[in-house]
Design a protein around this ligand. Sequence first.
Ligand code: GAP
Length: 440
Amino acid sequence: MSKRFKMEQLVSLCKRRGFIFQSSEIYGGINGFWDYGPLGVAMKRAIESLWWGEMVETRDNVEGLDSTIICNPKIWKASGHLDKFGDLMTDCKDCKARHRVDQMEDPLKCPNCGSANLTTPREFNLMMKTYVGPVFDEEHVAYLRAETCQPIFADFNLIRISSRQKLPFGIAQIGKAFRNEINPRNFTFRSREFSQMEMEFFCAAEESLDWYEYWKNERIKYYREKLKFSENVLRIHEHETLAHYAKAALDIEFEFPFGWGELEGVHHRGTWDMSRHQEFSGENLEYFDQDKSIKYIPTVVETSVGLDRTMLAVLCNSYDEDTADTKKEGQEEDKRIVLRLPEIVAPVQIAILPLSKKLSDKAEGIFKDIRKFYRSEYDVAGSIGKRYRRQDEIGTPYCVTVDFDSLENNTVTVRLRDSMTQERISADQLKNYFTEKFTK
Ligand code: GAP
């Protein structure tokens, strides 16, 4: 993967086609913050709903939550984030670059200019701070959540009782998280504002390792089957050193163009979070098992993945260059950039392309029917070759071309992005044709 293309090529495509670009670009941007344009937001929402469907909607034993970004700051005291959630950082006194010590090859040498003139490493807390109310003093300090799971633990009793769930069951949430990363880098891979998709599964301690194995396998299956990641771009990294309360932890890693990087964490969190929230809130968070007549603090198994990081991995996995079908005889071979996105997350799933403006009535009719079922786009501007090229670049799996024969015999051409083959089918059959394609 890393040899196939450079990250800059993808970054440039994302900007050119309106997937992802620097936040506040007209002001020079802001490091570690990214905006999603029209295609980016469509794709991001598709990934979100794929994950939600997979983890919540198709399961009877997982409930959803949408909690606030700012919570009572005691949550972050209980979770340990206020006392220990940071990295060691050092500044180069010569070139002024700032570095995370754990990411330096030689902690005594600036990776930017080679100088040994570095400040003594110091702890840096990643929590983003704000104030709630009109008075800006220590009493009114609050924090933007650093992970979406902590409000899940705090809301456990409310959710369990209102949903009438018995253990084992899970609670899932998708939402923004904020970390004041020292070195945001590699496009959206390490950002300061990002979204997480987390699921906390509450169970009895003696079943927890079985659930850990179960969720690990479920998540790998999801990447292979739903996001179409091949075996060689995914690997498991088991943690060698574990938190004192954890029985197991692993990262599912993806091979990005800049190397292997964590995509998702599957963590056995023991009873740590629930015990701490019970201690700090004073609320009883034990579960009473009626069948066994015993009370216990639930053990938690977590699956935690970044939405932005998933999208980046899917984009990297899909980026390709090959020879286009727009080549005319006697011309040089024509390279095309193509995003081979899985149909389910492609921002445009079907493009309707009339060959001429004179065919608008017919083509618009088809477009209106199709867009009820699929993310669709209507494009009449420019040569058909250029329009195919644009659709390839944004990852559209199917283009429907309407031509003058369509008026005569009500047939259209469907062009497939990956094989570039074309099929002539009846316009009346389009719905069935796509139903079959999308359910394969
Ligand atoms: N609740 C556990 C937790 O937050 P984590 O390993 O710190 O664990 C989980 O984060 C996932 O969130 C990561 O695997 C990654 O996908 C995503 N993530 C973490 N920090 C990120 C950042 N700065 N930018 C983008 N995504 C990030």
